[in-house]
Design a protein. Structure first.
Length: 169
């Protein structure tokens, strides 16, 4: 089984993903980390030096590679991963997608001092809120194609939903 966590930056994909993978005794894959390893640079540096188009193409290539690989894992995708180059189709054809639908207010609190999110770089919370709301509006139609949507996600809510759908049994 492959589980792909999707959602806005700061929605908890990596944090919940580590816990979920541990609970299910599966490997945890952070797609951003995989890109950084492949490129030898951090995500913000890739964005600034090579541009978003290059980043998205590299991201899509790695997503396809992992999706086609054997074995089981929980993957934290980048916030835009499902939205470019048919990413959502790749995800849904190869595993279970879980949309972590965290309120914008919670994400703003989490990201207040985070400088590693190139699309959300901002000097103040008002600008960040505007950027996050625009990003959410733009990406929501793709995120809503997920197998499972969890509002204010927790590990317990995810496990319960997987059980309800007979995915974990």
């Amino acid at each position: 089984m492959k589980i792909f966590l999707i959602g806005l930056p700061g929605s908890g994909k990596s944090t919940v993903g580590v816990a979920l993978a541990h609970h299910l005794a599966m490997d945890f894959i952070d797609l951003d980390h995989e890109i950084e390893t492949q490129e030898g640079a951090r995500v913000p540096e890739i964005f600034s030096k090579k541009g978003e188009d290059y980043f998205r193409a590299a991201e899509a290539e790695l997503l396809r590679k992992w999706a086609a690989s054997p074995g089981h894992f929980v993957m934290s995708t980048g916030g835009g991963t499902p939205c470019f180059f048919g990413g959502m189709d790749v995800i849904n054809q190869n595993g279970v997608s879980i949309f972590l639908d965290e309120p914008v207010e919670v994400i703003i609190e989490r990201l207040a001092n985070n400088t590693h999110r190139p699309l959300l770089a901002s000097d103040n919370a008002v600008d960040m809120r505007i950027k996050l709301e625009k990003l959410r509006d733009l990406r929501l139609p793709t995120y809503e194609k997920a197998t499972i949507s969890i509002q204010s996600p927790t590990l317990e809510k995810i496990l319960k939903r997987l059980d309800q759908l007979g995915i974990r049994s």
